[in-house]
Design a protein around this ligand. Structure first.
Ligand code: DQA
Length: 145
């Protein structure tokens, strides 16, 4: 299976951005870890990041025909973007939502996610490990198809 791993705004600043919340790992490190786990799981991973809502929407639309599943950390757009939610619906692919931080331990405006309404499941609070857990969950979801 081919999995699109999508990262939203400000995740390119991982390692620099609020390390007490998001840790010291960079997005490049995270990408390497995902490729390593994907290889063990027999998945191929297409790992991308954008700060632009429309670009994320376009990539999700393309995933409909190019990928078998989507792992997504939409960053702040998780809490605001009906457009990303709609794109995920039309993609008709299994979606696993990830957040590095435990969004329920933080400000109230982070407690609601539009992504959760359309995801098979959500993993938050485990830092970069959450992405690896999401890939494991995706393996199961794709095996069941
Ligand atoms: C985040 C949580 C969001 O609330 C925040 O806006 C982010 C990162 C996380 O991975 O913990 O950008 O999605």
């Amino acid at each position: 299976g081919s999995v699109l791993v999508l990262n939203g705004p400000n995740l390119n600043m991982l390692g620099v951005r609020e390390p007490h919340i998001y840790g010291s790992m960079t997005l490049d490190d995270l990408e390497s870890a995902c490729h390593e786990r994907a290889e063990q799981l027999g998945l191929s991973v297409d790992f991308r990041q954008s700060n632009h809502e429309g670009e994320l929407v376009s990539w999700i639309q393309q995933a409909r025909t190019e990928h078998d599943g989507i792992v997504i950390n939409a960053g702040a757009y998780s809490h605001t973007s009906v457009a990303i939610m709609d794109a995920l619906i039309l993609a008709e692919l299994p979606v696993v939502e990830v957040h590095l931080s435990n969004i329920y331990k933080r400000e109230a405006f982070r407690h609601h996610s539009y992504i959760s309404a359309v995801a098979k499941g959500m993993i938050c609070g485990f830092g970069p490990t959450g992405y690896l857990l999401a890939l494991e969950a995706m393996t199961q979801l794709l095996d069941r198809d």
